[in-house]
Design a protein around this ligand. Structure first.
Ligand SMILES: [Fe+2]
Length: 213
């Protein structure tokens, strides 16, 4: 099973200082007390209206993977003008409907874990993330077959910083990087046909970096 591949969509990432500044001024303040998540997270898109982008209960009020009739996305103030390339990218990923997206500023060790299961059961690797800081050749993000087993540190490419990994059948985590490692986390209802085509194209192009378990 393919559990990791870089994705064949080039992306010029936003200015790093701008990203860090945005997250430090807009992160969700109650994330640790609600979800136990220690990184700083700032929501930048949601399919449901959000009254308070700094409150996890508002940002994550809709956890369903069911498609709705109204595929509108809502954004916090200034996000479209600050990060147009990231918003455009959301519409290029193989989703039938985007559920949401967030910027994450890594702060502490993230122990191996798996994520919530997408009830539509998309084919692996189904989670799309983007490395937005210059931590290419990174030794932070890792995947492992067993929770306490040996870890693989996938190669993330500078010109193709979007990657897909399996977030439900295996484990993933991150070693501490204290110099402002930023990723974008995307969530959506996978369009299986488009997703498979993109993964197949990406695996062929980046075969040297693909990881299979
Ligand atoms: Fe996770």
């Amino acid at each position: 099973m393919i559990v990791y591949t870089p994705i064949d969509i080039p992306l010029r990432v936003p200015d790093h200082a701008l990203l860090v500044d945005y997250i430090e001024n807009n992160y969700i303040t109650n994330l640790q007390s609600t979800y136990g998540y220690t990184s700083l997270l700032a929501g930048i898109a949601s399919r449901t209206p959000v009254d308070d982008w700094r409150n996890a209960n508002h940002v994550f009020s809709d956890s369903s993977y069911e498609q709705t009739d109204n595929p509108v996305l809502y954004f916090p103030p200034r996000v479209i003008s600050l990060f147009p390339e990231l918003i455009k990218l959301l519409y290029k990923l193989p989703y039938k409907q985007v559920l949401g997206a967030a910027l994450s500023l890594h702060t502490k060790y993230l122990a191996p874990h798996d994520d919530d299961t997408d009830t539509n059961n998309p084919s692996s690797p189904e989670r799309y993330n983007i490395l937005l800081s210059p931590h290419y050749g990174q030794d932070s993000f890792f995947i492992c077959k067993e929770v306490d087993g040996p870890r693989d540190y996938p190669t993330i490419l500078k010109d193709y910083p979007i990657y897909a990994f399996n977030n439900k059948d295996i484990y993933h985590g991150a070693d501490p990087v204290l110099d402002h490692r930023v990723i974008m986390i995307c969530s959506g209802i996978i369009d299986e046909e488009k997703h498979r085509a993109l993964i197949a194209r990406s695996v062929e192009k980046f075969k040297d970096y693909v990881i299979q378990y």
